[in-house]
Design a protein around this ligand. Structure first.
Ligand code: UGA
Length: 435
């Protein structure tokens, strides 16, 4: 299949390279000229397991351009993969999306299939068709094809997806959807071809359900702390019931990233517009914000003045083993500490460059190359995401390197019984004190 992919962020780039590896001919467009020149040199601009190898092997099936006319003019199938961030009021900022539609209107010279992968509000598929066809000589078949991949496991999510959802409004649209699903060569995956409204809502409802699950367990973690129970034991036992399941049941400092916060706020806004009760999702966001305050109140009640402390930070990305610091709970906590004049020594295996850019080389942040540099002579260490490398640490590492081993673990990476000899603060569990 010949496919043009507009927007080579996580969704666009991973889909482009994956589809090319299956023999499809892909044109990838991005507005960012640096990204395009790197890709032309064969360099993948994001950290995703296996992606660079696939590009090395299948680059012949890919052509990258930053000329939108060139990418659109003769395309039969155009995937829109640009980001749709939140506005101040939580509603969806569609300016990138409409820029793409304007480019299509300017450049196309034939009927085309437009496949929406960006997360867009309910009704946007139909509005897109109207917008494109207004004063145009051409017809556009607009298909909603929401993305469900997770950063860090993106290729795995395309090779073995849980489901493929297409939103269409005609039988021709359904045929295009079938051809697209075949281009992914995925075996035995449920494919649902449904209305565009259903497809658009399935994406929001799925992300917000997972966000709700996290806030639910975080709310129970608050109760655990109050009554002396242990959230890890409680969630472990709950997860043994297959109706509940073990995924997205880890208590912590809350969800971040470029999807859950944005999509939950968007659905709150959408429900309000339709006059539907949005109090559940508002609570999901409130609990998510409270997780940081509760965690930091525990820290600030112990440490009143921070300027003389060496504070270590392990993990700045919004989740472990990922480079993305957008909406990361870790960066919120770092700002709270910096506002109180703290000096931070920071390590994350993948996200250091992005963190440095975010904090514009803040003079109170020192970036180091090893965990041991964070621990060495530190007065206190924060663990803020669940990198595999951090999980390997043992109590002895903290005891032997730190000035006094005091840990604030925002991701509950260790069992309480393994933290003897450390002052260990975590989420929804009793504090372990040094005897
Ligand atoms: C999420 C969804 O999982 C994907 O299915 C979806 O396609 C994607 O959003 C999207 O809309 O593009 P992602 O944002 O990459 O994927 O990250 P997740 O692995 O879902 O984690 C989100 C946040 O929840 C992270 O901050 C993570 O630390 C937190 N989390 C996750 C918890 O606090 N507890 C958990 O048990 C699981």
């Amino acid at each position: 299949m010949d496919i043009t992919i507009i927007g080579l962020g996580y969704v666009g780039l991973v889909n482009a390279i994956f589809l090319a590896s299956l023999g499809n001919n892909i044109v990838g467009y991005d507005i960012d000229k640096n990204k395009i020149s790197l890709l032309r040199e064969g360099v993948v601009s994001i950290e995703e397991v296996g992606l660079q190898d696939l590009l090395d092997k299948f680059h012949k099936n890919l052509r990258f351009t930053s000329n939108y006319k060139d990418s659109i003019r003769n395309a039969d199938n155009i995937f829109i993969c640009v980001d749709t961030p939140s506005k101040e009021d939580g509603s969806v900022d569609l300016s990138n999306f409409y820029n793409v539609l304007d480019n299509i209107k300017n450049a196309s010279n034939k009927d085309q299939n437009i496949i929406i992968k960006s997360t867009v509000p309910i009704g946007q598929n139909k509005l897109t068709k109207q917008y494109l066809e207004k004063d145009s000589l051409f017809k556009y078949e607009v298909i909603s094809f929401p993305e469900f991949l997770s950063q860090g496991k993106a290729l795995e999510g395309l090779i073995n997806p849980y489901r493929m959802i297409f939103g269409v409004s005609s039988s021709n649209g359904a045929n295009v959807a079938k051809r697209i699903s075949q281009a992914y060569l995925t075996k035995k995956v449920p494919v649902m071809i449904t209305s565009s409204e259903n497809a658009e809502l399935i994406k929001y409802a799925s992300n917000c359900f997972l966000a709700t699950k996290i806030s639910y367990i975080n709310n129970i973690s608050q109760l655990c702390k109050a009554c002396g129970a242990d959230i890890n034991k409680v969630s472990k036992a709950m997860s043994l019931d297959p109706r509940i399941g073990s995924e997205f049941l880890n208590a912590g400092i809350g969800f971040g990233g470029s999807c859950f916060p944005k999509d939950t706020k968007a659905l709150i806004n959408i429900e309000q517009r339709y006059g539907v009760d949005n109090s559940l999702l508002k609570s999901v966001m409130k609990i998510n914000d409270d997780q940081i305050s509760i965690f930091m109140n525990e820290f600030f009640s112990k440490f009143k003045r921070l300027s003389n402390l060496k504070i270590g930070i392990l993990g700045v990305a919004f989740k472990g083993d990922c480079e993305d610091v957008r909406n990361s709970q870790a960066t919120v906590i770092m700002r709270m500490l910096l506002d109180k004049n703290a000096k931070l020594t920071v390590y994350d295996p993948l996200a250091m460059d992005n963190c440095e850019n975010l904090f514009s080389r803040h003079q109170h942040i020192k970036y180091v190359d090893y965990i041991s540099d964070v621990l060495k002579d530190a007065d206190v260490v924060f663990i803020l995401n669940d990198c595999n490398e951090f999980k390997e640490l043992k109590a002895y590492d903290f005891i032997s390197l730190m000035k006094k081993p005091i840990i604030f673990d925002g991701r509950n990476l260790f069992k309480l019984e393994d933290m003897i000899g450390i002052e260990y603060h975590s989420i929804g569990r009793n504090v372990v004190l040094i005897k």
